[in-house]
Design a protein around this ligand. Structure first.
Ligand code: RBZ
Ligand code: NIO
Length: 354
């Protein structure tokens, strides 16, 4: 049996006993009932995910996966494809948005080459990135499938491998992406899985103007017409309209769920990966924490389908894992509430009048 199938057999819903035990304590905290709001719901989720009322989250990593996209030939991005490997160097040198925010959150940044259209072997040989290259960029999805079904499986299994390798030393995973053009496959995935119209889902990515946005929607119509992915088959969707880094992130999310570890899902591209993951195995949903609401208009529909309310809404539109790094601070806050706040009884505070 392949790695993906074996991993899926280890994915269960959140543990209701641990959730109940967390709720029992949270209900008694010396504050007006549930006054720390969504953070208290998050505490319960963390207990259910980790099977503990002292959920471990201290050791954090953002896994930023990079890949290129043949569809850039259609003029769907404001930036040229060379930016993908150039940003990989920036990540390695510590100068990108994700490096600053991960440092601030106390999270490690792990950069993975899933399919950048450039030779990054030297960086991998120096141990600065992980090499899981499936191809030199996907094929142009406006002309046919992104990749073969075998490559789609390899992408997802590469992400599972990374989760497996990190599971001994990381408690809390975050997702990040880098790949010029990747809001286009992400929008295609969103359209297939949410069933919402492209005009509602498609956004400006790195900053398209009105005319370029209208063109991107046309290209997306062509992409869906010529590929016709099966909305119930996550691997089919990934192979036809996905990307190597999107597949890798779907695998990372699946892997985190199999290890009963929370995974903070970043923005638009990471959410496309999460949609692929829950289409492959719906229980994966129980392990996902949605970091923030991106500026891309389709993000709302994606998060509704994920069944996940975002923690932050900061007009971010970057990716890289930046929103996930910011939300990790809130995940740690949710644990602090559960483990450090005293109950009415412990603090000798009078309870509410009936
Ligand atoms: C310098 C730079 C750094 C980035 N970091 C993340 N992205 C983000 O923008 C890209 C997706 O937008 P689109 O589909 O419009 O190309 C992805 O690489 C995503 O990670 C960046 C984009 C640029 C230009
Ligand atoms: O929300 C995101 O992840 C995003 C939005 C625009 C461009 N790149 C990433």
């Amino acid at each position: 049996m392949g790695l993906l199938k074996r991993t899926l057999q280890n994915i269960y819903p959140q543990d209701s006993d641990s959730r109940d035990r967390a709720k029992e304590r949270l209900d008694q905290l010396a504050l007006p009932h549930w006054a720390l709001g969504d953070l208290m719901d998050l505490s319960m989720d963390l207990a259910g995910i980790t099977r503990s009322i002292d959920p471990p989250v201290a050791r954090k990593a953002i896994v930023t996966m990079a890949g290129d996209h043949g569809v850039v030939a259609e003029g769907v991005s404001k930036f040229p494809q060379e930016v993908t490997p150039q940003m990989v160097y920036n990540f390695v040198n510590g100068g990108a948005g994700i490096n600053a925010l991960a440092r601030q959150a106390g999270a490690e940044v792990i950069v993975v080459d899933m399919g950048v259209a450039a030779d990054l072997k030297q960086l991998a040989a120096e141990g600065k990135i992980i090499n899981k290259k499936v191809g030199l960029g996907t094929d142009n999805i406006a002309k046919g499938p992104a990749m073969s079904l075998a490559m789609a499986t390899r992408s997802v299994e590469a992400g599972i491998d990374i989760a497996n390798d990190l599971a001994d030393r990381i408690d809390l995973f975050g997702t990040g992406d880098m790949g010029i053009g990747n809001t286009t496959p992400s929008t295609a995935i969103a359209a297939v899985i949410t069933g919402k119209p492209l005009a509602e889902l498609t956004g400006r990515g790195t900053g398209l103007d009105d005319e370029q946005l209208a063109h991107k929607i046309k290209v997306l119509e062509t992409i869906l017409e010529c590929n016709k992915p099966d909305p119930k088959d996550g691997l089919d969707i990934l192979a036809k309209v996905g990307g190597f880094e999107i597949g890798g992130l779907a695998g990372l999310i699946i892997g985190a769920a199999a290890h009963k570890k929370p995974v903070v899902v970043d923005g638009f591209i990471s959410s496309a990966a999460a949609l692929i993951a829950i289409t492959i195995e719906p229980f994966v949903r129980d392990y996902i924490i949605c970091a923030h609401r991106s500026m891309e208009p389709g993000h709302r529909a994606m998060q509704e389908k994920l069944g996940c309310r975002p923690l932050l809404d900061l007009n971010l539109r970057l990716g890289e894992g930046t929103g996930a790094a910011l939300a990790m601070n809130l995940v740690e806050a949710a644990v602090a509430i559960l483990t450090e706040v005293a109950t009415f009884e412990e603090a000798a505070v009078a309870e509410a009048d009936k």
